[in-house]
Ligand binder design. Structure first.
Ligand code: ADP
Length: 472
């Protein structure tokens, strides 16, 4: 079975968040189960593309409205990722350094989707499933059914995985002419609330959709940035499959990015050593519990309340705790975090740094996630794997994966609301917990022994694919 994974991100080629992690890992597990899972990404001018060899497998031509464009399909030559990786390159449009945030992003992703389909029909490539990830490939289920040019693909089942429904790929109807000729009676399928909405279109037109946790599947019906009614209407097509951890990348025993490797049996010393190294680097006091935040500094993640939480805790619990923040995002949050005075109890790194994130997971005692929305959340899973106790708001995937310490077999701290009060109360619990060294040692072992592997989740995806193919 050949599955085309269409995504904007794939670690280690291009990663901004969890989407990259998932698309870099899931296909490996699908391949190991006998599925021919390929990943097709837009081309990025990044370290991976600069340091690997690619062969040109196709050159084609298509149109965005009355503008024609040339594209090339490049294949990574050595299969270094354990699955076939293809990149769509369009000089001047899809050959840049960043993944998102260009003013012509809409054009980029439409051209990417059209190019993939054009390549498939021109070369008559066998595709059994199109697996679209988020809104960047969300028009594919529509295009293969209703664009006359891609008519030959119309019976191919499509799976949409929603990693984040906050971002929906909106475009004004004035951009309608970017799309190839379509059956005009179907244009309503593109519309949601007066504009073309790529994610809504994908939900309407895909064969099945999945979310990255069962909890998030339910939440979308009441909290999905305007698509609540749609998710309610289409709920019979939905399935929640929790993400896994890729141990090739996330394993404290073998992680080459760490200052010191450790396992479940050496976790105490291992974390101590990593904490010492990190605290020296950031001028923090390593005798205090280290609470960290890693992530996009956006409302979804509750990052806006971080500056207040940190300042208040530093005032109330003066010398009892240290904080380290790694992230980037909204400028006002970056500024507020930069304005908290740096001391041996607080420091921050504004930016994106993969190695530093690994070092923090290994060194920290607690990771704080006050998320308003969390489709799955990978940070808490990585933290657990590295023996770091999550302090999380009870929502979406966080609720599905973290059990509170006060419950049987619990290993984390849960709080109810994204408010400074609830988060600060949870931090107070963490500070008290930290003093109980026996309990902390036991929790770390429980955390590291948890099994959030991809094996199980990959099997669920395969079951889904099989059900779609046998239906035909
Ligand atoms: P998101 O909603 O951002 O996708 P996830 O929890 O699913 O959230 O995944 C976040 C991923 O991005 C994790 O691998 C995390 O370590 C990583 N990450 C987020 N921000 C940064 C950063 N500033 N530097 C390094 N890694 C980061």
């Amino acid at each position: 079975m050949t599955v085309f994974n269409l995504s904007a991100e794939c670690y280690p080629v291009a990663k901004v968040g969890g989407l990259g992690d998932v698309v870099g890992a899931l296909p490996k597990y699908l391949v190991s189960e006998g599925i021919d899972a390929k990943v097709i990404l837009p081309f990025y001018d990044k370290i991976f593309t600069q340091t690997h060899t690619f062969e040109s497998v196709f050159k084609g031509q298509s149109n965005l409205g009355d503008q024609s464009f040339a594209f090339e399909v490049l294949k990574e030559s050595t299969n270094v990722l354990s699955f076939e990786l293809y990149l769509i390159k369009i000089p001047g449009l899809i050959d840049r350094t960043e993944v998102y945030c260009y003013p012509d992003e809409i054009k980029q992703f439409i051209a990417y989707q059209i190019s993939v389909l054009e390549w498939v029909i021109t070369q008559n490539i066998k595709v059994d499933i199109f697996h679209c990830h988020d809104h960047h490939s969300g028009l594919v289920p529509f295009l293969i059914q209703y664009a006359t040019r891609f008519d030959s693909l119309r019976d191919i089942p499509t799976v949409l995985t929603i990693h984040n429904a906050q971002y929906q790929g909106w475009l004004g109807w004035d951009k309608f002419n970017y799309l190839p000729n379509i059956d005009v009676s179907k244009t309503g399928l593109l519309d949601w609330a007066g504009c073309i909405n790529s994610l809504a279109t994908a939900v309407k037109c895909c064969t099945r959709y999945t979310t990255v946790s069962p909890g998030y599947l339910q939440e979308l019906k009441t909290n999905s940035n305007g698509l609540e009614h749609l998710f309610y209407m289409e709920q019979q097509k939905g399935l929640g499959i929790i993400n896994g951890i890729d141990p090739d990348v996330w394993n404290p025993n073998t992680d080459t990015m760490l200052a010191h490797n450790y396992s479940i049996t050496t976790v105490k010393k291992g974390k101590e050593n990593n904490k010492k190294a990190l605290c020296t680097q950031f001028g923090l006091d390593d005798s205090k519990p280290l609470i960290t935040f890693i992530g996009r500094l956006v409302l979804e993640k509750g990052a806006d309340i971080l500056p207040y939480i940190i300042s208040t805790c530093l005032e109330h619990y003066k010398s009892e705790v240290s904080f380290l923040v790694l992230g980037s995002g909204e400028k006002y949050i970056e500024e507020a975090l930069s304005n908290i005075s740096i001391s041996h109890h607080y420091n921050f790194f504004i930016g994106y740094d993969e190695q530093l994130s690994h070092r923090i997971y290994a060194a920290a005692d607690f990771i704080l996630m006050p998320s308003r929305v969390e489709p799955c959340g990978l940070n808490q899973l990585y933290a657990l794997k590295y023996g770091t106790i999550p302090i999380v708001r009870s929502t979406g995937g966080l609720k599905d994966t973290v059990i509170d310490v006060e419950e049987n077999n619990g290993y984390g701290i849960l709080f109810e609301n994204t408010t400074p009060e609830d988060a600060i109360q949870a931090i107070a619990k963490a500070i008290t917990l930290y003093k109980n060294t026996k309990k902390i040692a036991a929790l770390r072992k429980i955390a590291m022994g948890l099994n959030f592997s991809w094996n199980q989740s990959a099997k669920q995806y395969i079951q889904l694919y099989n059900s779609l193919i046998t239906k035909l």
